[in-house]
Design a protein. Structure first.
Length: 70
């Protein structure tokens, strides 16, 4: 294996680990919401089913691709 190939492999591995760790950090920073708090939020803002699809934004790709949507 050449040095350039090894460098590319290491770089990609580090990116993958950082991506995984960033997702774990995001999960850790999301506060716990009790059932009572969730009911209160639903009363204030309605539930997800009350909104039209056009009003929602799917952030999955944004999170998966490091804040860049392909």
């Amino acid at each position: 294996m050449e040095a350039q190939e090894l460098k590319a492999l290491i770089k990609e591995s580090i990116r993958e680990v950082l991506r995984e760790e960033r997702l774990l950090l995001c999960q850790a920073l999301i506060p716990y919401v009790s059932d009572e708090e969730q009911e209160e939020l639903n009363e204030m803002f309605g539930s997800l089913s009350d909104y039209e699809d056009e009003e929602l934004v799917d952030m999955t790709d944004w999170v998966k691709h490091g804040h860049k949507i392909p």
